[in-house]
Design a protein around this ligand. Structure first.
Ligand SMILES: Nc1ncnc2c1ncn2[C@@H]1O[C@H](COP(=O)(O)OP(=O)(O)OP(=O)(O)O)[C@@H](O)[C@H]1O
Length: 257
């Protein structure tokens, strides 16, 4: 399954937040969405998820304009994990993860065996099986983040859109999560701030600055000292790490521009 943006623009508060963005993600691959704070990553993800309509241009899911998709079909296809999520309700981890099954269920009756199986598998992937009966409000920030990811996995989507999913996670869970995303047979778009994680786990990256695409391609080609300097205003050295030649970035704080 593939997702594509063609010349997509979106405006808010009188400002062009997403400016003629072209993007294509090959089926089953992982695209890292990079760029400084306020560069438009979350806004673009929301457009790709169909949560917002572009002012101009189009988003295509499986070669069909997202506006032509029936919302219930789209909900089976695309799962979104946004940056912050909260609830006033007294719900358990399992309840939240079961919400991922909503597009696949008819009404609010008892979950069927395959819904239960999808929830169990998602809990296992997110290493949350032992916390399944815990209340949402008792969870740590990282556990909440993993619960939202498990909810998205329980949805069994073809496209997974994640907005800074490594926020709140310790280094082991960050690495585990990105390895899981890479392993899953889904097309993923992941907004990330950590350039080294993007270089290590993404098949391709797309760098935004002020809503525009600065560069897109394989991380080792895109993440050069020149690009990092231009876009983020920081100095760095980039080495290629064998065996795959993935980029490793060492920032040089003593040379902050
Ligand atoms: N509804 C809105 N109304 C006004 N401005 C908005 C709206 N949504 C986003 N913006 C602005 O658009 C810009 C891009 O925001 P967005 O959240 O997409 O960036 P981001 O790259 O995800 O940032 P961060 O890395 O800080 O999460 C910001 O300047 C933001 O203030």
């Amino acid at each position: 399954m593939s997702i594509e943006a063609r010349e997509v623009s979106w405006r808010a508060g009188g400002k062009l937040v997403v400016d003629r963005v072209d993007l294509h993600v090959s089926p089953g691959s992982t695209l890292g969405l990079l760029g400084p704070n306020g560069s438009g990553k979350s806004s673009l993800l929301r457009l790709l998820a169909g949560l917002r309509r572009p002012e101009s241009g189009s988003v295509l899911v499986e070669d069909t304009d997202i506006g032509s998709w029936h919302s219930s079909d789209l909900a089976k296809q695309i799962a979104v994990v946004e940056q912050e999520s909260s609830t006033e309700l007294d719900v358990t981890v399992r309840d939240v993860v079961l919400l991922g099954r909503t597009p696949h269920r008819n009404g609010w009756g008892r979950p069927r065996a395959h819904d239960e199986a999808a929830v169990a598998e998602a809990l296992d992937h997110a290493r949350l099986t032992d916390l399944a009966e815990r209340g949402w409000h008792s969870l740590s920030g990282g556990e909440r983040q993993r619960t939202q990811i498990a909810r998205a996995l329980a949805q069994q989507p073809s496209e997974l859109l994640l907005d800074e999913p490594t926020n709140h996670l310790d280094i082991a869970h960050q690495l585990e999560l990105l390895a899981l995303i890479r392993r899953l047979p889904v097309t993923s778009i992941v907004a990330l701030h950590d350039l080294n994680l993007a270089a290590a786990f993404c098949d391709r990256v797309l760098v935004l600055s002020a809503g525009r695409v600065v560069e897109a391609g394989e991380p080792a080609e895109v993440l050069t000292p020149e690009l990092v300097g231009d876009v983020y205003g920081v100095s760095c050295e980039v080495t290629k790490v064998p065996p795959e030649g993935r980029a490793h970035i060492r920032f040089l704080p003593e040379r902050i521009r």
